[in-house]
Design a protein around this ligand. Structure first.
Ligand code: URA
Length: 249
């Protein structure tokens, strides 16, 4: 059950600010279950009631699903005293749709990592994509400091496939990485890596074990979602119906 204030529902359905929504409600054009309601703090059960503005039925998606192309230099958190956060980058319209401030990040990317970051108000989806038991694939484009010869390329592929031992880093425990898939680009120092977990600095630590260093990292896929190449860095957009279906939302 999802109970929301009427003015909030009107505003988050694209009718402007909360103040604009209140004006609309007071003007008598808003109905709940076919009866005019002029009280802005009227509470609506979005799963049972229908709301219309000027006779036009609203369809509520009580959850928001966004993909962002995270730029480098921005932190994956909702608040930070020093750096700009991914939330700071969101348009006003998305911020208005937080529906009670429940918008959160599905996982994190390091400050210098770019690319696909999913944000949602839907805790169930977050659990589904971040639970270690689900083995959700995450694919990264990686650029390395050192060029790798053809025979070393094969060694990297094998080592990543065979559960690499990752040593402790700072306060983060050592761990055995799940089998990961590496494919080389047509370049001696660029590749794509798919991992099935999301430990602290995981990709950087995996390449460090092989004596190399990641100098550029971009996430391009997570679960069934791939970064939209048309989405500029720093921008976010709602997931399309096809993308939501692929996530079984
Ligand atoms: N692995 C890393 O090392 N950093 C990230 O941001 C994501 C995966």
């Amino acid at each position: 059950m999802s109970i929301e204030r009427l003015d909030k529902l009107i505003s988050t359905s694209g009718y402007g600010s909360r103040k604009d929504a209140k004006k609309l409600i007071h003007s008598g054009v808003v109905t709940v279950d076919d009866a005019v309601v002029i009280n802005a703090d009227f509470h609506v059960d979005t799963e049972k009631s229908s709301v219309a503005v000027d006779g036009k039925q609203l369809s509520f998606c009580t959850h928001v699903y966004l993909m962002m192309n995270k730029p480098a230099g921005v932190v994956s958190s909702t608040k930070d005293n020093i750096h700009q956060t991914v939330i700071d980058l969101l348009d006003k319209e998305f911020k208005r749709r937080f529906l009670g401030g429940k918008l959160h990040l599905i996982g994190r990317l390091d400050i210098d990592t770019e690319g696909l970051l999913l944000l949602t108000t839907d805790g169930k989806l977050t659990h589904k994509l971040t639970s270690p038991k689900q083995n959700v694939p995450k694919t990264y484009f990686v650029r390395l400091r050192d060029s790798v010869s053809d025979s070393e390329k094969i060694e990297y592929i094998q080592r990543f496939k065979n559960n690499l031992e990752i040593p402790r880093e700072h306060n983060e425990e050592a761990f055995t990485a799940k089998s990961a898939e590496l494919t080389w680009e047509n370049s001696p120092n660029e590749c794509k890596l798919t991992i099935y977990e999301g430990k602290y600095h995981q990709v950087k630590r995996m390449f460090a074990v092989l004596g190399n260093e990641v100098i550029y990292l971009k996430r391009i896929g997570e679960g069934a979602i791939f970064l939209d190449p048309a989405l500029p860095p720093g921008k976010a957009r709602e997931l399309t119906q096809t993308e939501k279906s692929a996530l079984e939302i």
